[in-house]
Design a protein around this ligand. Sequence first.
Ligand SMILES: [Zn+2]
Length: 127
Amino acid sequence: MIELAPERDYFPGYAPGPTLAHEVSHSVYAAWTPDAGFEQGQQAFRTRSQQEQAESLSLRLYGPFHEATGPFVDYRLGDEELFAAVFTSRIIEPTAARRNAPQAVDRIEEIVTATVPTLFDKNNLDS
Ligand SMILES: [Zn+2]
């Protein structure tokens, strides 16, 4: 079940369309596994700039991260949730996504193309 809490409407990432895109991204991430022939233990974001850009899109879509210390790191900073944020931004605002986070967007396009090759076919700004 996907809960759409009204008080979260302030940030665009919690609207129904972006929430659907976010959930689709989890299917893509789940398909990017060793069982499907991909390398074990891969991280979507491998460079500091990719990571920082992914975090900036997450901030844009979902608002500030919760400050935490010790082992209680905000789950949104995990690789899969950052992947979801970049993927969602790439779907709902492709121009802004690329402007704000070019390397992070390139990286998720690489992963999406490898896992679900036709997904971005009709959503490609360059064609
Ligand atoms: Zn998620």
